[in-house]
Design a protein around this ligand. Structure first.
Ligand code: ZN
Length: 206
């Protein structure tokens, strides 16, 4: 298995079927093998079925012949195993809910890689973090004062407030209510569970 496959994102549901964090494929498979989690097969129409390791291995054999593009694959001694896109915890305490960390990646995710001044979407390398109220004016590094900005807008704004620069925010920045990594929807199959996550993710109080 290549390192990239080991790192691919897997959505973890809690016992109540609510999405509450994302782990690497390596970790998800480990939980599946140990029986701490079951694999969830999401059909295109939206139906889903739960599988323990053995039945997932059987389903993998079938999928490898008829639905190979839908998954990444791990070569086993005998046959292949699909990397599940979603797993559900069977024992609650194995994975703690993730905290919404105040990181560059999460700010980009919250803002959807959209510059909060001109409203255009940019690749990561063309984005900056901008302090709405500049640090030099006492602006703090918080969810409510840091946004995604393209380099052109960032340069234009300089050390001004938006009002001074004659610029307007696309929307006021707030602390995300749902883990940005879940909202990123790396697979279509995640959609079914994310609405539930909105109401169930326990947020870190700061
Ligand atoms: Zn911009």
């Amino acid at each position: 298995m290549t390192n990239k496959k080991l790192q691919s994102p897997v959505l973890v549901l809690n016992k109540h079927w609510a999405a509450f964090r994302v782990v690497s494929a390596a970790r998800a498979l480990c939980m599946l093998v140990k029986g701490a989690a079951e694999a969830i097969d999401v059909e295109e129409g939206g139906g889903f079925f739960n599988h323990d390791f053995n039945s997932w291995a059987e389903l993998s054999e079938y999928k490898s012949q008829f639905d190979a593009e839908a998954h990444q694959w791990i070569q086993l001694v005998r046959g292949v195993l699909a990397v599940p896109q979603v797993v559900r915890l069977l024992k609650f305490d194995k994975v703690r809910p993730a905290k919404v960390k105040f990181t560059r990646r999460n700010i980009y995710a919250r803002d959807g890689h959209v510059c909060q001044y001109c409203g255009q979407r940019f690749p990561t390398e063309e984005l900056n973090l901008d302090h709405v109220v500049p640090r030099s004016r006492g602006g703090r590094s918080t969810w409510e004062n840091v946004v995604c900005s393209c380099i052109a807008c960032n340069t234009k704004k300089g050390a001004c407030t938006p009002v001074e620069a004659g610029m307007q925010l696309v929307r006021p920045p707030v602390k995300p209510k749902v883990l940005p990594e879940i909202m990123n929807l790396q697979h279509d199959s995640w959609k079914h569970f994310v609405d539930a996550a909105y109401w169930n993710v326990e947020l870190e109080q700061t």
